[in-house]
Design a protein. Structure first.
Length: 211
């Protein structure tokens, strides 16, 4: 597992890219970068990454800077691809499998025409609706899974999503659901299926993007 000393996302923030133009952020400010996701199962799959090395987004969701950064990005993705979902696997310690191999907080934003709420309801996990800005106070020191659906005029500070407090670590939960829904369940693992050509298409589609 990665530490902050060899963190892939810290390297991206520092301008050190493994996959050259794919890893290069298509949007950035003093606090965040946005990149095309490796292992994307659909074009447009993007990650919002804080520049600071933290393990989860829970405290960041309360920040006005976060909302100001992610709103134009989600609006642009919606305009380009249509319906969007967003999710996070919220870890709380280095090396947790919940972090899916990356010990650096990140939010997934994914073009997806269907809802995953039915899958959440039918899973063995307990979900509760939660205002995004309340994730930190609801999860406290626990690891968590977070899911929401992005609509036009979505407000990242006050909108609600679905929160599950993990009793034990869980790896790539949402990726498994998406892969299963798309009829390719074996491709949930981004390590085995990096799908670099899809990430490249996303990066090219937003090569001229500016906040």
């Amino acid at each position: 597992m990665e530490s902050s000393m060899v963190c892939k996302f810290c390297n991206i923030v520092a301008g050190k890219y493994i996959f050259d133009e794919i890893d290069e952020p298509f949007a950035s400010d003093e606090s965040f970068v946005a990149v095309a996701s490796i292992g994307a199962l659909v074009e447009g799959w993007s990650l919002i990454i804080p520049r600071t090395h933290v393990l989860s987004m829970k405290d960041i969701y309360r920040s006005r800077q976060f909302a100001d950064f992610v709103t134009p990005i989600s609006n642009a993705l919606y305009e380009q691809y249509g319906s969007l979902i967003a999710f996070e696997h919220g870890a709380n310690k280095e090396g947790s499998i919940t972090a899916c191999g990356i010990n650096h907080a990140h939010l997934h934003i994914v073009p997806f025409r269907d809802s995953l709420i039915q899958e959440l309801d039918s899973s063995i996990l307990e979900w509760s609706q939660c205002c995004i800005s309340e994730i930190s106070s609801r999860s406290v020191e626990n690891e968590y899974l977070f899911y929401c659906e992005i609509t036009p005029k979505f407000n990242w500070h006050s909108s609600r999503g679905y929160l599950h407090i993990l009793r034990s670590p869980s790896s790539q939960f949402f990726r498994r659901l998406i892969a299963r829904r798309r009829g390719i369940p074996e491709m949930y693992d981004y390590g085995r299926f990096p799908e670099l050509h899809v990430a490249k298409q996303t990066r090219m589609a937003f090569s001229g993007f500016a906040i």
